[in-house]
Design a protein around this ligand. Structure first.
Ligand code: ME8
Length: 500
């Protein structure tokens, strides 16, 4: 088993353009990968597109296009957005690619040969919108649209025979499904008898999918196909060395697709005799104010509009800082601007302006050397020295918003320290002491910038350039005295709350 870090996002349906929810999971994976890279852990970040199945087929039909033309046309909307969001994914898989199709078919054949796939006639309720057979209880819940009764010959995966093995695994591995309340939700679901999984669709009804290798009249059910992307992309059955280097993965996803990952995917991996993912982490839902984001309500936030208006780093910062992983979060323009103004304009940006202004004024822009430290410098130095480990621990336990907050707390403390020490007054009588205060403040700012760099890659790189410390690490003392600072304009000018 690999100790490397392999992180995935869901592969998104190509039925519409991406919105803020898709952007969120992808930024989250990017931020986690960047933190691991900073910590020197080899990392691999996979995202991509789910291109088969009824939803995509219907979206293509609505545009009068073939499904593949439709996918080829829409795929760049995702890749372009990822580029704008400075997402550094290592691979981008599309389920129509031959490298994926080939592995799906090989897996189907393998599971079939092992006797875990059988054919049966099935009569049951089918939800067209969810693309799956649903139980009587689910039908009665009223949560499913487009429900119809269907009688059909189909192929089934013997998911039920892995039920106990899955329960045991979840109980023995408390890190497997996170957060805890999602684990309990799945264990609750598994208290009911688990049925087998219908993994085929007759071409006569739905032909947009991967053909079953053992029955030419059927295509693979879109979820059985899509989940396999997590292993087909890294070389399962085609490149053992690469596969073993990365598997098992950390899967990031929204709570909407928890069951498909925890139950379908886990039992599929059991049937293949593969280790289960390291963690399946389900985050909460971005709501628009209090309501769900939906096209019909017309309240979908476009990430592109936000980036164009406020810059990519502020969007990344807001999304990562504002959502407590695992809980829902509410998106409002007011909270966006408030967060920007308090953390980025007043705290982080202000500290940069202060130190660079004072160093320009009293030291001609050359970073002063730290001379004798005084007791009042110690709390700042201690906080800054301990911060890297603190952030690392918080990131490892997926408390990203706390890791960010801890870093901003240091910045706030440094701003207070500046007020207390008033180097602009000290400079008039003791330039050496003023230089030490400014060195301590600037070095703490530099460490904060390094530790925020996974969240705001561009702005923090700009800060490090201004300080003449590009590529420096989070250890105290890397800021070089006598380095000439660059002049700059305000990196985070305050925003006004737009009038309604
Ligand atoms: O489900 N808040 O794709 P999908 C937070 N193709 N995250 C959100 C969100 C919101 N309001 N809306 C969407 C599929 N997401 C399948 C996945 S994986 C093998 C197949 C994010 O396009 C969140 O990560 O509907 C959610 O799980 C995902 O988008 C669903 O994307």
């Amino acid at each position: 088993m690999s100790d490397n870090f392999f992180v995935t996002t869901p592969i998104y349906y190509v039925n519409d353009k991406p919105h803020i929810g898709h952007a969120y999971t992808t930024i989250l994976a990017d931020v986690l990968t960047r933190y691991h890279k900073v910590a020197g852990i080899p990392s691999f970040f996979l995202t991509g597109l789910d291109e088969h199945g009824q939803k995509v087929k219907q979206a293509a039909e609505a545009r009068g296009m073939s499904p593949l033309d439709h996918c080829n046309d829409l795929a760049p909307r995702f890749t372009d957005l990822w580029e704008k969001l400075e997402i550094q994914n290592d691979d981008f898989i599309r389920t129509t690619q031959p490298r994926h199709v080939q592995v799906v078919q090989a897996i189907l054949q393998k599971v079939y040969d092992a006797g875990d796939i059988y054919c049966d006639e099935y009569v049951g309720w089918y939800s067209v919108s969810e693309e799956r057979f649903i139980t009587e209880t689910e039908k009665d819940s009223g949560e499913f649209r487009d429900v119809a009764q269907l009688k059909e010959k189909n192929w089934f995966f013997k998911m039920s025979q892995y039920q106990q093995q899955l329960i045991d695994y979840i109980q023995k591995n408390p890190e497997y499904i996170q957060p805890e309340h999602r684990k309990n939700e799945i264990l609750g679901f598994l208290r009911q008898p688990l049925g087998d999984l219908c993994i085929s669709r007759p071409k006569s009804r739905m032909d947009w999918g991967i053909e079953l290798p053992f029955d030419k009249d059927y295509v693979t059910y879109v979820w059985f196909d899509a989940l396999i992307n997590y292993v087909s992309a890294i070389g399962y059955l085609t490149d053992d060395e690469n596969f073993n280097q990365w598997w098992p993965a950390v899967h990031l996803l929204g709570k909407d697709i928890l069951t498909t990952h925890c139950v379908y995917w886990s039992t599929m991996l059991m049937a293949l005799g593969l280790p289960l993912p390291r963690t399946i982490f389900a985050h909460g839902w971005w709501l628009m104010g209090e309501s769900k984001m939906s096209k019909s309500l017309g309240n979908v936030v476009s990430p592109l509009d936000l980036i164009d208006r406020y810059g990519v780093d502020s969007v990344r910062y807001y999304l990562m800082r504002e959502m407590v992983l695992g809980q829902d979060a509410s998106f409002t323009m007011e909270s966006f601007i408030k967060r920007f103004n308090s953390d980025l304009a007043n705290d982080f940006g202000n500290l940069l302006n202060r130190v660079s202004g004072l160093i320009a004024k009293y030291f001609d822009g050359s970073i002063p050397p730290p001379s004798k430290q005084q007791g009042s410098d110690k709390p700042i130095i201690e906080k800054a020295v301990l911060l890297e480990d603190k952030v690392k621990t918080l990131i490892e336990s997926m408390r990203i918003h706390e890791a960010i907050e801890e870093t901003i707390v240091l910045v706030r403390c440094v701003n207070k320290y500046m007020e207390m020490q008033a180097p602009w007054k000290v400079a008039k009588t003791d330039l050496e002491r003023a230089g030490t205060i400014l060195y301590v403040a600037t070095e703490a700012l530099r460490i904060s910038a390094v530790l925020l760099s996974p969240v705001m890659p561009s702005k923090t790189a700009a800060v490090l350039d201004i300080l003449g410390a590009p590529g420096s690490k989070a250890q105290w003392g890397q800021l070089q005295p006598s380095t000439q600072m660059q002049t700059h304009t305000a990196l985070f000018p305050r925003l006004e709350i737009p009038e309604k």
